[in-house]
Design a protein around this ligand. Structure first.
Ligand SMILES: [Zn+2]
Length: 129
């Protein structure tokens, strides 16, 4: 039995209804909150599920980033993987930063010691770290 998301414009509440495909066309869905029949099926169910997933993803990312902040070697590794994924040579400065990170140097220190890092892409902070 399919499970539909409905929204009631009268009371601005969302609810789920289980109705069969056969019943769907002439089925008027009663709002369980205010009793209105003026309900609208939300067709964005998949997108909603998606955004819930990406919220979880971004939480995981945040956790990962927090961990990386305290782990320059993992950060360097991640940046190296990222540059592989991009498939572009990001320049000698990038390699320098990654090398230093992988040796365990922290990003602030690297920034101080390499003041000529003008390309924003080379700054670990600019990739959200
Ligand atoms: Zn309602």
């Amino acid at each position: 039995m399919p499970n539909y998301d409905f929204v009631c414009p009268s009371c601005i509440k969302h609810f789920e209804v289980f109705i069969s495909y056969a019943d769907y066309d002439n089925h008027r869905v009663l709002c369980p909150f205010c009793g209105s029949y003026d309900t609208v099926r939300r067709i964005s169910r998949v997108r909603i599920g998606h955004s819930e997933e990406s919220r979880i993803d971004s939480l995981l990312d945040l956790e990962q980033l927090t961990r990386l902040e305290n782990d320059p070697q993992a950060l360097g590794q991640m940046m190296r993987n990222m540059s592989h994924d991009i498939g572009e040579d990001l320049g000698p400065e990038f390699d320098e930063v990654v090398d230093r990170l992988e040796k365990g140097q922290n990003p602030e220190e690297i920034e101080r010691e390499l003041p000529n890092l003008t390309d924003p892409g080379l700054n670990p902070k600019d990739i959200g770290i």
